[in-house]
Design a protein around this ligand. Structure first.
Ligand code: NDP
Length: 242
């Protein structure tokens, strides 16, 4: 379904990003997998995609919060793959704390990675989409961006910001055949939510369980191929955000 397309997945070395990379590869997409720390984990994901699905896949190390580094990354990916058709902005971090005691650097870093990181990627990749007159951007937001969450004012603000970014980009690019959507996951079992199994919020999930990374990959696969959907925010949260 995505044969001949190239997808970039940020934060693709583990968790949701790795599941998304595998899913897009299973649909035939070639993959650029971006991570921040040592590229070994991202390289492992790429090797798995190549072996299992016969696609091309390459790992890149880049801090998405760094505007100039992302510019170089876009040029590298263009040189390696020729162009890009799908961008999944999945890289994200948490630095939780109560608003009264949160350190300035923790607020800033979460905004820089989770919100500005997506802007940087869109800013530097969109030239390729415009030239192709086709493109699909999927931003991984969070149900926290819709509902707020005590102890996560920085994270919730960044994830809510991603929704504004998504809708603005969707409006700016719609006439050029470029779509932009967001996925808002709830509690999904990954490194990020390790130890959260006992969080009282988990008990209030209508579907009665935390989600799996594959639940989010399902939503990304849908949005990657849903040609008439743009500016949408798709909750994948077991109903907690309804
Ligand atoms: P993980 O912590 O498991 O993985 C985060 C990924 O992001 C890693 O690949 C990491 O790379 C990468 N990353 C972090 N910072 C940067 C950076 N500055 N530049 C490039 N890559 C970076 O997170 P999840 O898989 O759980 O989450 C993925 C996304 O989904 C995040 O945006 C998160 O906010 C969102 N989300 C997750 C939910 C959940 O319940 N898990 C719920 C709602 C949203 P490296 O390993 O190299 O550090």
């Amino acid at each position: 379904m995505l044969k001949g397309k190239t997808a970039v997945v940020t934060g693709g070395s583990r968790g949701l990003g790795a599941a998304i990379a595998y899913r897009l590869a299973s649909m035939g997409a070639d993959l650029a997998v971006v991570c921040r720390s040592g590229p070994e984990a991202a390289e492992q994901v790429c090797a798995g995609c190549r072996e299992k699905y016969g696609v091309s896949a390459k790992a890149y190390q880049c801090d998405v919060a760094d505007f100039e580094a992302v510019k170089k990354l876009a040029a590298l990916i263009k040189a390696d793959f020729g162009t890009v058709h799908i961008l999944v902005n999945n890289a994200g971090i948490t630095r939780d704390g109560l608003v009264l005691t949160m350190k300035e650097e923790d607020f800033d870093r979460v905004m820089e990675v989770n919100l500005k990181g997506a802007f940087n990627m869109i800013r530097h990749m969109s030239g390729m989409f415009l030239r192709n007159r086709e493109g699909c951007i999927i931003n991984i937001s969070s149900v926290t961006g819709l509902m707020g969450n005590a102890g996560q004012c920085n994270y919730a603000a960044a994830k809510a910001g991603l929704i504004g970014l998504t809708k603005s980009v969707a409006r700016e690019f719609a006439s050029r055949g470029i779509r932009c959507n967001a996925v808002a996951p709830g509690f999904i079992a990954t490194d990020m939510t390790k130890g959260q199994e006992e969080n009282p919020l988990v008990g209030s999930i209508p579907l009665g369980r935390m989600g799996e990374a594959s639940d989010v990959a399902d939503a990304v696969a849908y949005l990657a191929t849903a040609g008439y959907v743009t500016g949408e925010v798709l909750r994948v949260d077991g109903g907690i955000g309804m």
